[in-house]
Design a protein around this ligand. Structure first.
Ligand SMILES: *Cc1c(COP(=O)(O)O)cnc(C)c1O
Length: 418
């Protein structure tokens, strides 16, 4: 099936006389005939449902759909994108371990990696995405467990050279985790270029309507855990009767460990109702992404000609520094355009406050146009050096182009500029 078809049909196939639309199974628990039946499920929770803290049929239908779209072997939804980032790392790292991340990533992820994980004894080493291979090779230690990057960085809009980072990671026997939130699997499939794990904030384009906060982790099923040092996956788990994930679950080891161990313990699972809403958004994803790309290119071209704009980043523009990478990895450059407004912080805020159609909100990738000033919101906690490393300037405005008629979006920008 192509993406358009998967978005409508993957993950749920009703049998005779069953509901056409994936049902909302709003139940914490599942009934069994006997204590013995329940005991058997505890021996191997992957066989049947026990409790909606870590598994639910509505959520699982969406998980299967997203796994199919990404070309993965399995997926697990989480209560936020932040939780997907956190669990993707905790599934590999313990106190004393470290991992490597490209520095051009979402500000919330920088906080999580640089501050909160550090308190848990897990160190994140940030690297420049453009560093040469020798420099990058030197960053690895024997306790390095993963490499992390964003396929299309929020808000810097830098495009990750996925093959370069996949081969770097694989040379050191660790997986590459790619946050694919901005392109979505419709515009980029990181697994095809060597990524081992893909994560998303489903709060953005996947849902698209700003209805639910959520995340997802997708496992490619391709990484050889025995080739590296991952005792959590290759040695017995005492909290599951000594199950060895790689032995019992083979290619599904990573994603089932995330569910059976981390989700069981942390319980950051979405509700069935949230998953239902996410599914509704997913059904029209390919259509929406096509129009986002079309509208955003026109907005980027408009900004490029404006004398009040210092610089524009949109990897769909031929002059963009990452145009070549975008041509290679992305089917379209998505719907977000980043501009640096003349006049720094004041210029940016004056422009944003004058917009009438595009709203000021802490969100991106909405169906409605919206803007945000990273330096005073999502990236407020970062130091000036961290800001610069994340590709953010005090005058940076992130313009998330919506699905209104593009002429109305442009007219709004024009009056605000004036
Ligand atoms: C928003 C975002 C996140 C965090 O997701 P939430 O759903 O807000 O927790 C992570 N990565 C990227 C690229 C994002 O845009």
């Amino acid at each position: 099936m192509r993406d358009e078809t998967k978005c409508l049909h993957a993950g749920y196939t009703p049998k005779n006389a069953e509901p056409r639309v994936v049902p909302i199974v709003q139940s914490t628990t599942y009934r069994y005939d006997s204590a013995e039946d329940i005991g058997a499920v505890f021996d191997d929770p992957s066989k049947s449902l026990i409790y909606s803290r870590f598994e639910n049929p509505t959520v699982m239908a969406v998980e299967d759909k997203i796994a199919a779209l990404e070309g993965g072997i399995g997926a697990m939804c989480t209560s936020s994108g932040q939780m997907a980032s956190l669990l993707s790392i905790l599934n590999l790292c313990s106190a004393g371990d470290n991992f490597i991340s490209v520095s051009t990533i979402y500000g919330g992820t920088v906080n999580l990696f640089a501050a909160t994980l550090k308190k848990l004894g897990i160190e994140c080493v940030f690297v420049d995405a453009n560093a040469d291979e020798e420099t990058l090779d030197r960053v690895f230690t024997k306790n390095t467990k993963a490499v992390f990057g964003e396929s299309l960085a929020n808000p810097a809009l830098a495009v990750l050279d996925i093959e370069k980072f996949a081969s770097l990671a694989h040379r050191h026997h660790v997986p590459l985790i790619v946050d694919n939130t901005f392109p979505t699997p419709v515009l980029c499939k990181p697994i095809e270029y060597g990524a081992d794990v893909v994560i998303h904030s489903t709060s953005k384009y996947l849902d698209g309507h700003a209805l639910q906060v959520g995340g997802v982790i997708v496992d490619s099923g391709r990484f050889d855990w025995h080739g590296g040092s991952f005792p959590g996956l290759t040695e017995p788990d005492p909290t599951y009767h000594g199950i060895v994930y790689t032995e019992t679950y083979g290619k599904m080891a990573y994603i089932l460990k995330a569910r059976m161990q981390l989700m069981r313990d942390f319980g950051a699972y979405p509700s069935a109702h949230s998953a239902f809403l996410l599914n509704l958004g997913l059904e029209t994803l390919p259509l929406r992404m096509e129009r986002y790309c079309e509208n955003a290119l026109k907005v980027a071209q408009y900004f490029l000609k404006s004398p009040k704009i210092e610089s524009v980043r949109y990897p769909g523009l031929p002059d963009d520094p990452d145009y070549a990478l975008a041509q290679k990895y992305l089917k379209g450059a998505s719907g977000v355009v980043t501009v640096v407004v003349k006049g720094g912080r004041k210029g940016a805020i004056t422009f944003m406050d004058a917009l009438k159609l595009a709203s000021n909100q802490v969100h991106v990738a909405d169906i409605r146009s919206c803007v945000q000033h990273p330096a005073s919101s999502t990236h407020r906690q970062l130091t000036d050096e961290q800001l610069a490393a994340a590709g953010v300037h005090p005058g940076t405005v992130r313009f998330s182009v919506g699905l209104e008629h593009v002429d109305d979006i442009l007219a709004d920008i024009e009056q605000a500029m004036a």
